[in-house]
Ligand binder design. Structure first.
Ligand code: ATP
Ligand code: MG
Length: 292
């Protein structure tokens, strides 16, 4: 029902639309729409998506509990085992890096703990609620309320300004205050108050990644997950983005989880989970930086 109505609105609007683009944000849908239509669609979704019972913030110190997850996929007549049984816990306020060679399963793991993909077996508890086998509707709410995502290739919407990109998550779910004011506040926090009206093509790679980080923080999620956030940046800009993440972690008390194949990037985190061939090879907690 919800899909039919939203499709109808889209078609009606898109007939008159001058500025079409592809939106892949939040990733449970792909649509060609313009900014006004996007706002309307997301407001419409807000009225149709129910809250996730029991997913409110709790006083548990463990924000994420990953229990023996596996992931296998069909490949021809065989099945390829990508994750082979990983368990770990992440405490509220930690900055954790997930490291491992290319192909070891980092992105697959991040997709699962971010609720973008399901494990084949096992559980992922976020604030005590298992997201491993939730319906797509409930998962979308969890993603919006609990998780901010940052991608290697930034994934900003090319026809929106920096400010509009940061506003996008605020049109999903219930969020207090003005999206524009919140977006400006966050862009100020990441040092981009002078770039509010710039589109992604008018920003440097480092600036685009800072917009993406501001967008990840927009809905005030307790967890921010970043897949190779410095992968497309030169050393200097990569360093700046990592410093920003560490500062934001200290200022906001949010939990940051980043995947990287770069040991130098990983060393910025307080704890490192090393994955080799779909298994945890080592958890290094020597630098545990947990917000008290
Ligand atoms: N849809 C798929 N079908 C089959 N195999 C897949 C699929 N997606 C990923 N894989 C395989 O799973 C393994 C892990 O992939 P993944 O992208 O998680 O690795 P990664 O550690 O993030 O690597 P990188 O550092 O290169 O980003 C790889 O060998 C990959 O080829
Ligand atoms: Mg990867």
């Amino acid at each position: 029902m919800a899909n039919k109505q939203s499709e109808k609105r889209l078609c009606k609007k898109c007939n008159n639309s001058r500025d079409l683009f592809v939106v892949t944000y939040d990733i449970s849908f792909l649509a060609i729409i313009d900014y006004q239509v996007l706002k309307e669609l997301l407001l419409f979704m807000e009225t149709t998506v129910q809250g996730v019972s029991g997913a409110q913030a709790s006083s548990h110190e463990i924000v994420m509990d990953v229990r023996d997850i596996t992931k296998s996929l069909p490949l021809g007549r065989e099945r390829i085992e990508i994750l082979k049984g990983l368990s770990f816990q992440i405490q509220r306020g930690e900055f954790v890096s997930i490291v491992g060679p290319s192909g070891s399963g980092k992105s697959t793991l991040l997709g699962i703990i971010a609720g973008l993909d399901n494990p084949t077996t096992g559980n992922v508890l976020i604030d005590g609620v298992d997201i491993a086998r939730m319906t797509e509707g409930k998962l979308a709410v969890v993603r919006n309320q609990k998780i901010g995502m940052v991608f290697q290739a930034y994934n900003l919407i090319p026809t929106l300004t920096a400010q509009e990109n940061v506003e996008v998550p605020l049109y999903v779910g219930k969020h207090k205050g003005s999206p524009a004011a919140r977006a400006k506040e966050l862009l100020d926090l990441v040092g981009l108050s002078h770039r509010l009206g710039h589109r992604p093509s008018q920003l440097s790679g480092g600036e685009q990644q800072r917009v993406a980080i501001a967008r990840a923080l927009a809905a005030d999620p307790p967890i921010v997950i970043a897949d190779e956030p410095t992968g497309n940046l030169d050393a200097r800009n990569g360093e700046k983005v990592l410093e920003l993440i560490a500062t934001l972690r200290d200022q906001t008390g949010k939990t940051f989880i980043i995947a990287t194949h770069d040991q130098n990037v990983a060393s910025h985190a307080g704890r490192t989970i090393r994955i080799v061939d779909g298994l945890i090879a080592e958890i290094d907690s020597t630098g545990g930086r947990i917000v008290q």
